[in-house]
Each structure stands twice: as structure tokens, then as C-alpha cells.
Ligand binder design. Structure first.
Ligand SMILES: *Cc1c(COP(=O)(O)O)cnc(C)c1O
Length: 466
């Protein structure tokens, strides 16, 4: 079908990928908070329920990152050392998906920002590198973290190798067992990997005693990594999504995409991004939200989450812990409950009980929308995408692709030509087992029951505020 469409197609397109030169690379990160009509609710100290102070985070993060977490500045300079490492893969290309447009026979224009060209194959090194840089500057020798699909763990291991810092990673048990090559990748970069729950921590030992085959979850792996970091004054913890400073670092994606679209005289009518913790979405969307708030463009901005972990569309906007042991400050966010254990869907990076407080906040303000899509539609869309565009997407951005395909088909039906922008935030070369399953065995859409939802919600702490 594609071949015929292309043979019958019009003359060769005038551009397919839009590149930026190294000197067009953004040199500042963008903080959306000062531009919002209302500030996001602050994180709270779980004991006093007062707004958390910088020192409440001091055992977890270096001072520079805590300052960025709480910053009221609109722009923050990217350190030269970080820019130098970014140049290994940035600026990343923006593609016009002309072949997918033809395949779908749509008048829509589809653009995707491709973050799979980074060393780890996703957008995660955009924040791993500055996080390790600031830790190294403050004399930290060891970092601990969690990883779901393995993308974040490998990104942090890569960044630690750049700065000579030890890296310890708690990988969600189900993923540790099903994704041996991600683990090898972390080890190649010098990372030390544990299956979570592990016997290394008190919390892990407790869970293993209850269930030796515990599949783990991101909330549990975070709790283990945090437990190890706080017991060693020379260690800190690193988080790959959710927090303000992570979303801040990811804005290089959107800043570049803005410049790239301007080069071809385009603006998005609709922007769609997949949301796990919210970092690739925020990174792409916030610079466009700035333009929208300034009245310079008016795109619809839409989050896309898995039907099996519908944090925005079915979660509650409440104060909850970021981890399953209640070690982190309380954050006001859309949450399914810190005890919620999502079904083991293939998009491991989207299996998190909470959503970035900043993404939750802009959703509450009505500045962005959210939908959820079941995984079979996502993989079907990804296979059409791969056939047309060549790139095999990671399971997480298949959600963004499926949403873009829905829009493109709606345009075919209405005859309207919309400009659609999305992020292809990672490739799926280490996720081929999921594709194999989809192609040869097929898989089920996971239907979340009211009972499972209620069980998760019951784990949200009952506190007087918010
Ligand atoms: C981690 C990851 C995600 C989910 O995290 P966000 O913070 O929501 O971006 C999505 N896609 C890929 C490829 C990832 O590695």
C-alpha cells in the first residue's frame, strides 16, 4: 500500500529533515513557572506539612539542582561542559513525516522531533548529563537511581562515565528479567545494576520476604535508591523525570523544535506527547506553551498516557509521595496512589503512579489536555510509522504516534489540513521483544478495574491540606 502510494505520489518533497547547526544550539533552559497564570503548589515536608525548604532535599540532591527546582528565573544558562557533551548528539533532527502522511493519505502535516539519536537512545541524557555535572561540581562520588525500562539507568550510567562518578541503579524486577541488554548497556558504561526489590535495602528485603518473585515498580525502585543515597553523605540520588529541574533540562527539545519549525515557516495546530512522569512532554511542550501564553501561536497541547496507567485521566490531584515507602517530600500531583502497581505493559517508562507536579498543574489550569490509549492501538500505529519512516519507536512514544495517527485520520475524514507536532523520544532497538510478542503472539489491552484503582487511591496519604 505504501509502495503504491509513493509511486503515485507527487514530486519529491523539498525537505524531510530540518537540522540546526551547532551554533544554533540553545544555550539556556526555559523555566515555564514564571509565565504561568498561577504558581504550582509547593512540595511539603511530610512531617510538618509545611512547604519543603531547600534543606529538606539536601540529602537527596546537590544544591545547584535544588536551586533549579525552586527557581523563579525564566532562563537558566546551560554550563559549557554540559553544552560540550550535548554536542555529541544535539541539536537533534526534526523530521517531516511525509511518508507516513502518504501512507495515511492525510492532508495533515506531521512533524516529529527525534531524540533517539542520543547515546542511550532517548531524551533522558538531556537531564542525566547536567544532573551528574552539578553533583560532580559539589564533590559527590556516588549516585543512586531507579530505572523502569532501562532508559534512565543507561542515561545516568553514561553521564556518570563522563564525569568519573560511581552509578548504582535499581531496575524494576520485571524489566531486569525481561530486558537483559539494557542492563548490559548500563554495565558497559560502568553502572552497577540491582533487580528491585533487592536484598540491598531494608524496604526491598521486606517486600522480598512477602513475595520472592515480586515484579517491582518504579515507586519501589525509587524508595530503594533513596534509602541507599541518604545513608551515605558522599552519595546523592538522581531522578529521571517528574521533578521541575528534570523538565527544565528537557526544554532543549522544545526550544530546538521551535527554531526548526520556524525555519520551514510552520507552527503546530496540535502538539501531542507521551507522558510517563512528564519530562519529554514538558520538554517539548513548555516552550510552545510560552508562545501560546504570549499570544504568538495557539496549538492544542495534549498528553497521551497508557490506558493501563491513566494518571491524568483517572488519577486524583492530591499530595502524594513520589516513592512507595514514603521517603520523599509530598508533591501535589495527579496520582493513582504510591502503592499502585501498574500491569506490566510494554511501555515500562510510562508505568509510574504519579505525574510531574508541573504537568499536573498546567493540566489543572486547563492549558493542556490528556487522553489515554490502549497498547495494541499504540503498537499498530508504531508499525505503520516504522514501515513509512524507518525508525522503530520505543514502546513509550508509540502512544504519541498513535495519537498523531488519530489526528491525521481525522484530517483525512474532514479534509482539514492540520500541522501536528510530536516527539519520538526514543528508539525501540532494545525493546524488540515487545514487537516480537505483538507480531507473533499478539497482546491484550489491559483494562484497569475500579477495584484496582480504588486500591491504589487508598495508598494516597490522608492529609489535611490540598
Ligand atoms: C523514560 C521514558 C519515557 C517516560 O518518561 P517521561 O518523563 O514521561 O518522558 C518516555 N519515553 C522514553 C523513550 C523514555 O525513556
Amino acid at each position: 500500500m505504501l509502495i503504491t502510494a509513493l509511486r503515485e505520489g507527487k514530486a519529491v518533497a523539498d525537505y524531510t529533515k530540518i537540522l540546526l547547526s551547532e551554533d544554533e544550539q540553545p544555550t539556556q533552559w526555559y523555566n515555564v513557572i514564571p509565565d504561568l497564570p498561577a504558581p504550582p503548589p509547593p512540595p511539603l515536608h511530610p512531617g510538618t506539612l509545611q512547604p519543603a525548604a531547600a534543606e529538606d532535599f539536601a540529602a537527596l540532591f546537590p544544591e545547584a539542582l535544588i536551586a533549579q527546582e525552586m527557581s523563579a528565573d525564566s532562563y537558566i544558562d546551560i554550563p559549557g561542559e554540559v553544552l560540550d557533551i550535548y554536542r555529541l548528539w544535539r541539536p537533534t533532527p526534526l523530521f517531516r513525516a511525509r511518508r507516513l502522511e502518504k501512507l495515511l493519505d492525510t492532508p495533515a502535516k506531521i512533524f516529529y522531533k527525534y531524540e533517539g539519536v542520543s547515546p542511550a537512545g532517548s531524551h533522558k541524557p538531556n537531564t542525566a548529563v547536567p544532573q551528574v555535572f552539578y553533583n560532580a561540581q559539589e564533590g559527590i562520588k556516588r549516585l543512586t537511581t531507579e530505572t523502569g525500562a532501562g532508559q534512565w539507568g543507561s542515561s545516568l550510567a553514561f553521564a556518570c562515565a563522563q564525569f568519573g562518578i560511581d552509578c548504582e541503579i535499581w531496575q524494576v524486577g520485571a524489566s531486569y528479567r525481561s530486558k537483559p541488554y539494557r542492563r548490559t548497556m548500563m554495565e558497559v558504561w560502568g553502572g552497577k545494576v540491582f533487580s528491585s526489590p533487592s536484598s540491598e535495602t531494608e524496604f526491598g528485603r521486606k517486600l522480598l520476604a512477602e513475595d520472592p518473585d515480586h515484579p517491582g515498580s518504579l515507586g519501589i525502585a525509587i524508595a530503594e535508591a533513596v534509602e541507599k543515597a541518604v545513608e551515605d553523605p558522599g552519595a546523592r540520588y538522581a531522578l529521571g523525570s517528574v521533578l521541575n529541574h528534570v523538565l527544565l533540562h528537557q526544554t532543549v527539545i522544545g526550544e530546538e523544535a521551535l527554531l526548526q519549525m520556524a525555519k520551514v515557516g510552520e507552527q503546530p495546530d496540535i502538539l501531542v506527547g507521551c507522558t510517563g512522569g512528564g519530562s519529554n512532554f514538558g520538554g517539548l511542550a513548555f516552550p510552545f506553551l510560552r508562545e501560546k501564553l504570549a499570544g504568538k501561536m495557539d496549538p492544542i497541547i495534549r498528553c497521551v498516557e497508557p490506558a493501563a496507567c491513566p494518571t491524568l485521566t483517572k488519577g486524583q490531584y492530591r499530595y502524594d509521595f513520589g516513592d512507595s515507602a514514603g521517603l520523599t517530600p509530598l508533591m501535589k500531583m495527579h496520582t493513582l496512589g504510591n502503592g499502585f502497581i501498574p500491569e506490566p505493559i510494554h511501555a515500562g517508562g510510562l508505568r509510574y503512579h504519579g505525574m510531574a507536579p508541573l504537568v499536573s498543574h498546567v493540566y489543572e489550569l486547563g492549558l493542556v489536555e490528556a487522553i489515554s490509549i490502549p497498547q495494541r492501538e499504540c503498537f499498530a500505529g508504531a508499525i505503520e510509522f516504522a514501515k513509512a519512516e524507518g525508525i522503530v519507536p520505543a514502546p513509550e512514544p508509540t502512544h504519541a504516534i498513535a495519537a498523531a495517527v488519530r489526528e491525521a485520520i481525522a484530517c483525512r475524514e474532514s479534509g482539514e489540513s492540520k500541522t501536528i507536532l510530536t516527539a519520538l523520544c526514543g528508539h525501540g532497538h532494545l525493546d524488540l521483544a515487545a514487537y516480537e510478542k505483538f507480531l507473533h503472539e499478539g497482546f491484550q489491552d489491559v483494562d484497569l478495574t475500579e477495584e484496582e484503582l480504588a486500591r491504589g487511591m487508598a495508598s494516597i496519604p490522608d492529609i489535611a491540606v490540598g
